[in-house]
Ligand binder design. Structure first.
Ligand code: SF4
Ligand code: SF4
Length: 384
């Protein structure tokens, strides 16, 4: 078994959309299906929050639309949708704020709010934790799925990219509730791999256009990390292979990312870089032009937990910490906490209840003011 991935350097093109078209063309004969024969193509960007940096860049969406037009796909057959993390926001709210909704209007593409229709209940065969999910109807019903992730560091999952972007196929606040199945980083990795396994089994016609042009890194990702230019675009049909190549480029061991490790163990794609054929820019060249990807220190926490068992884990386990100077007392964090671990009264700062908190960091991910950071408990953790 092997797979192909195209890599292009955005700097070799006048614009990002041109680079996207070129990256897709390098691989179009290996997609395994005819894109012009579809009646329902769904574009699935990352519309996490109304912060532009936290979402797929509109230029990537524009590049995919231009490619589809070029090969003769009628725009009436193209749909775009996602479900943001914030329970009180629709995908269209975020898309309007970051400029993707305008693109859909200009090109006559149908925008779909995943929350607008009743989700479909789907069983996940062979799941480790998540035996059943609610999937957005638009995802279930599309013929071809085009995944449009952006590479970002992730406070709980270490990184988010090709596989993690499918977390958004679960509509609205349900996503946060499913965090309860994965209370540790390792368990959450299993949950993400379970969700991904549904995609692998049910959506065979799909490919990914991966935004590695301007990535997010550091401990405040995926909502408010530091932006760095990598100037790369990856395209392929195997999300695990794509995430592994992205981690190779960023000099991060893929097995240190819980959901990648789990997906590799379960054979949910190509997990060995030797079995990936690169088209375009070589892996070595790509590695040279990119600095080391800075991810949150989950690996160290896990290592300590492994080495010293419970004591180290108690000290190094992370909890949300409020940065009062930034907090605007909006209460959004409390509305999105799946464990009801945040008390909020109108006009007051939120209060985090450590005995209930499962350290999922949905609160940090969705706080528009970047007013929540992950902090280890230190020695006080021994008393929890
Ligand atoms: S921490 Fe963020 S989400 Fe929570 S109340 Fe403050 S500003 Fe709002
Ligand atoms: S307080 Fe934050 S980290 Fe803790 S369970 Fe709630 S959303 Fe997750």
């Amino acid at each position: 078994m092997s797979t192909k991935i195209s890599i292009v350097n955005v700097k070799e093109f006048e614009t990002i959309p041109e680079a996207v078209i070129s990256a897709i063309k390098l691989i179009e004969n290996d997609l395994g299906f005819d894109i012009t024969q579809s009646e329902k193509i769904l574009l699935k960007p990352n519309l996490l929050t109304s912060k532009k940096d936290a979402c797929t860049q509109p230029a990537f969406v524009e590049g995919v639309i231009s490619y589809l037009k070029e090969v003769g796909v009628p725009m009436s057959n193209v749909y775009l949708g996602d479900s943001p993390g914030q329970s009180e926001k629709f995908g269209s709210d975020v898309a309007k704020e970051i400029g993707i909704y305008d693109l859909c209007e200009v090109h006559g593409i149908n925008f779909i709010n995943f929350e607008a229709n009743k989700p479909i209940i789907e069983k996940i065969e062979g799941a480790s934790s998540l035996k059943e999910i609610r999937v957005a109807r638009a995802v279930k019903e599309c013929d071809i799925l085009i995944n449009l992730p952006r590479l970002k560091s992730h406070i709980e999952a270490t990184m988010t990219g090709a596989i993690k972007n499918y977390w958004g196929i679960i509509p609205g606040g349900l996503k946060a509730n499913y965090h309860l199945y994965g209370k540790t980083a390792k368990q959450f990795g299993e949950v993400l791999a379970d969700n991904f396994s549904w995609v692998v089994k049910n959506k065979q016609k799909r490919f990914t256009v991966y935004d590695l042009q301007n990535i997010m890194e550091g401990s405040m990702g995926p909502g408010g990390g530091k932006m760095v230019d990598w100037d790369l675009i990856l395209v392929g049909t195997d999300e695990l292979a794509l995430d592994i190549v992205a981690m190779e480029i960023g000099k991060i061991k893929p097995s240190s990312v819980p959901h990648l490790k789990n997906a590799m163990e379960r054979g949910l794609g190509i997990g060995n870089v030797e079995e990936i054929e690169i088209l375009g820019v070589s892996l070595e060249e790509a590695k040279k032009q990119v600095p080391k990807f800075k991810v949150p220190g989950g690996t160290f926490t896990s290592f300590i937990a492994y080495m010293t068992g419970h004591i180290g884990y108690k000290i190094y386990k992370k909890f949300p910490k409020l940065l009062k100077a930034k907090c605007i007392k909006c209460g959004e964090c409390a509305q999105n906490c799946p464990a009801a671990a945040i008390e909020f009264k109108e006009g007051d700062f939120p209060i985090f209840l450590r005995n209930k908190c499962i350290s999922c960091f949905c609160c940090a991910e969705l706080c528009s003011e970047i007013a929540i950071e992950a902090k280890t408990r230190g020695l006080s953790g021994l008393f929890h």
